[in-house]
Design a protein around this ligand. Structure first.
Ligand code: ATP
Ligand code: MG
Length: 270
């Protein structure tokens, strides 16, 4: 499957924000066997976003992922652009509305917002093109979007990197793996959690990144908790392959490399 990433946001075009989302997404898509053929940045202008989405389709790219422009403000219009490019109407999605509503109730209980009510701005985040599947956002308020139309897969993710990464990892990746399987481009994913014996994620990070850069078809994620003397950070090691054997093989090599690196770095555990 071939795909495109469209980063939406004037702040990228004006040099205020570096488009790290596309960089991260490209790596994750490659790891599951999707070839990214195009990455571009567009301004917060409805027609310009819609035109780029249509252009990606015209290139025969079957997966198009946008990041940015899902928030409550006027300049967040990515979903309306999706609707325009697909020729679908925007509707208030009941599942998305429930996600936004319960999110603000939770934020209110935690004292982060002054009112739990659904304002028009909050409701705006639940308007999606007809037929869209909303994706829960465990970090922020705006749900993501997943949609299939014929052989095409359309995904909208928020711009805030932590939200984008959470929705991709928890929601989008498993859905994409299903799509790839259906298309006979299936991959098998296996994973294992290793206790690192490290307390400090900032020390573990470089080690994990080095292993990731050294092998194909793997992804390592440190599982952050809190700071304290009792902490033993876990590292989730994920591996992909065209079949179970290749995936297991990669997993073993990655786990061996991680354990070796931890020993060398003087882990308390290994
Ligand atoms: P929000 O709900 O916060 O409005 P959003 O989905 O509308 O989220 P944007 O308003 O486009 O996202 O961006 C929010 C912030 O996320 C930006 O100010 C910027 O710091 C960061 N951001 C947006 N796009 C990117 C990107 N492509 N790469 C890295 N950071 C980004
Ligand atoms: Mg915004």
């Amino acid at each position: 499957m071939k795909g495109a990433i469209v980063a939406v946001g004037r702040e990228i075009l004006t040099g205020k924000t570096l488009d790290t989302n596309s960089h991260w997404l490209a790596g994750r898509l490659m790891a599951i066997g999707i070839r990214v053929k195009r990455i571009c940045v567009v301004d917060d202008v409805l027609e310009e976003i819609a035109r780029e989405l249509s252009y990606c389709f015209s290139l025969g790219l079957e997966l198009v992922i946008t990041t940015g422009g899902l928030g409550p403000t006027e300049d967040d219009m990515t979903l309306a652009s999706w609707a325009q490019a697909l020729g679908r109407e925007m509707v208030l999605n009941p599942q998305a509305l429930e996600m936004v509503r319960s999110k603000y109730q939770k934020l209110y209980r935690m004292g982060y917002v002054d009112t739990p009510e659904m304002t028009p701005q909050r409701e705006k985040m639940a308007w999606m093109p007809k037929g869209a599947q909303p994706l829960p956002n465990s970090v922020g308020a705006a749900p993501g979007m997943f949609m299939r139309e014929g052989s095409r897969v359309l995904v909208a993710l928020p711009g805030v990197p932590d939200e984008m990464k959470a929705i991709f990892s928890h929601e989008v990746q498993p859905l994409l793996v299903e799509v790839l399987k259906e298309r006979g481009e299936g991959i098998v994913m296996v994973e294992e959690v290793i206790q690192s014996g490290f307390k400090d994620e900032s020390l573990l990070g470089p080690l994990v990144r080095k292993i990731m850069a050294s092998m194909e078809g793997i992804y390592l994620k440190t599982l952050a908790t809190h700071f304290g003397p009792d902490v033993d950070l876990g590292v989730r090691v994920e591996a992909w392959g065209k079949d179970e054997r290749e995936a297991r093989d990669r997993l073993k090599r990655a786990v061996d490399a991680l354990e070796k690196a931890l020993r060398e770095a003087g882990s308390a555990e290994n």
